[in-house]
Each structure stands twice: as structure tokens, then as C-alpha cells.
Design a protein around this ligand. Structure first.
Ligand code: PGA
Length: 251
């Protein structure tokens, strides 16, 4: 594993996906051990699944305790029923919550069934802000540079809001559905300001298809056309990527 420092960013380049998952889990458990009531910001998608498996293993071996942990997820499709196996609520239960000693009442995910979407966004934003921002926010990165579902655009959206998903995101996420027509076209997401209120950021990426965007996000201009580029302005960012995702950066 290589370690590079770039301004505020501590970058770990791992040999492979498995090592990325282990390093990610280590960064999270370090925070959990430091705090009496840790608050985690969590992400869905293919990337963090291995890290969640590692956290489950550590929990089963009594190496980490989630009994006082609270979580806030980044986003949820809209509209979607909790029980739908494509919902992020379902994903989190399947991939983490059902297998660790967390109190499910302390887990928060935007409500994909909310009737009043404006109100749901406002309440979710308030909840995150009231606790003073999460202790650590886990992020993946879209191949288009999105974080959460903050898609490329002309402005950085500050707060939790409803979005229309980018064509690229729909195409990327089609692999989880039986056809591209089934991918929801809208979602609720924390805003860029919500994400930036986290005390620490942990961004994970794996695979060659992330290599171009990783380079742009770290070395390019800060612009809402590459939402993840804003992380150049966050004071405490840890980036854990495998060699494939780092391949353009290292050229
Ligand atoms: P992925 O998604 O982990 O499935 O590649 C990342 C993201 O869209 O943030």
C-alpha cells in the first residue's frame, strides 16, 4: 500500500479491492473507538460492500462495537418503498445493519416514500445539522464525479434535496437492475453543504472506470461540474483507492 499526502488529503493506494475494503474499515473503526457516541455517514453502491463485510467480521469478532453508533445515509431513490429490494434502506439492512449490533432506531436514511418531499428534505437536513455534522462520512464517487446523488451541474447544492439522476448515473446503476428502464430517475440526497459539514471524509474508489474521474477530482479545478472536486476544500479527507482507480493519477 502506498501513501501520498496532497494538501488536506491523505491518499492510500491499495493493491486491490480487498485491501481497500480493509483500510476503509480500519479508518472507520478508529473513529468509532475514539467516540462515546459515534455518528457515521454511510454510502451505498458496489464500492463499500467489501468494507461493510469487513466491519461485520470485526463486529462478530468483538473488535468493534456499534451499540452506541448512529448513522445517516447519503441518499435514497425516490419514490421507492423501503421493502423494495432496490431501495437503499434494503441495501443497508442486507449489507450491514442486519449483521451488526447496531440499534436500528439509530439508523437514518431519507424516506423514499415521503409524501411531502420538501418537508422530508428539510427534516433530514435539520437532523444532520443538529448533531453538528457526522463524525465521518463515507463516500463513493460516480464515474461522472457525483458524491451522494449530487450530479454535475452549474451550482453546488447546499442542502438535502430531490434530484433528477444524470444519464450516466442511470446507465452505471443499470447493472443492479434487470433493465435500464427499471432504474429510478429521481432521488433524495444530502447536499454538498451537508456532506462538507462532516468532520472527516472517507472516499473509496475501485476499478479502472474510476481512474479518470479520480485524477480530475484531485488535480483539476474545483467545479460543480465535478462535484467531488469540492473535497479539495475540506480540511480532513482520507482517500482509499485501489491501483486501478489510481492508474491515471500515477501516470
Ligand atoms: P459504485 O457507485 O460504488 O456503485 O461505483 C459509486 C457512486 O455512485 O457514488
Amino acid at each position: 500500500m502506498k501513501n501520498i499526502k496532497l494538501f488536506n488529503m491523505n491518499i492510500f493506494i491499495t493493491d486491490d479491492y480487498e485491501q481497500m475494503s480493509q483500510k476503509g474499515a480500519e479508518v472507520i473503526t478508529d473513529i468509532i473507538k475514539q467516540k462515546e457516541r459515534p455518528i457515521l455517514g454511510l454510502a451505498t453502491g458496489g464500492t463499500p460492500v467489501g468494507m461493510y463485510k469487513e466491519l461485520i467480521r470485526m463486529n462478530k469478532e468483538n473488535k468493534v462495537d456499534f451499540s452506541t453508533t448512529t448513522t445517516f445515509n447519503l441518499d435514497e431513490y425516490y419514490p421507492i418503498d423501503k421493502e423494495n429490494n432496490q431501495s437503499y434502506y434494503y441495501f443497508m439492512k442486507e449489507n450491514l445493519f442486519d449483521h451488526i449490533n447496531i440499534n436500528i432506531e439509530n439508523t437514518n436514511i431519507p424516506n423514499g416514500m415521503a409524501v411531502d418531499i420538501e418537508e422530508e428534505s428539510k427534516l433530514y437536513e435539520q437532523k444532520v445539522r443538529e448533531i453538528g455534522g457526522v463524525d465521518i462520512q463515507v463516500l463513493g464517487i460516480g464515474s461522472n464525479g457525483h458524491i451522494g446523488f449530487n450530479e454535475p451541474g452549474d451550482v453546488f447544492e447546499p442542502e438535502t434535496h430531490k434530484v433528477s439522476l444524470d444519464k450516466q448515473t442511470i446507465a452505471d446503476n443499470a447493472r443492479f437492475f434487470s433493465s435500464i428502464e427499471e432504474v429510478p430517475t429521481e432521488a433524495l440526497t444530502m447536499g454538498i453543504g451537508t456532506i462538507m459539514s462532516a468532520k472527516k471524509i472517507l472516499l473509496l474508489a475501485s476499478g479502472k472506470n474510476k481512474s479518470e474521474i479520480i485524477k480530475k477530482m484531485l488535480l483539476g479545478k474545483v467545479t460543480p461540474h465535478i462535484p467531488a472536486s469540492i473535497l479539495q476544500f475540506h480540511p480532513d479527507v482520507t482517500i482509499v483507492i485501489d491501483q486501478d482507480a489510481a492508474s491515471e493519477l500515477l501516470k
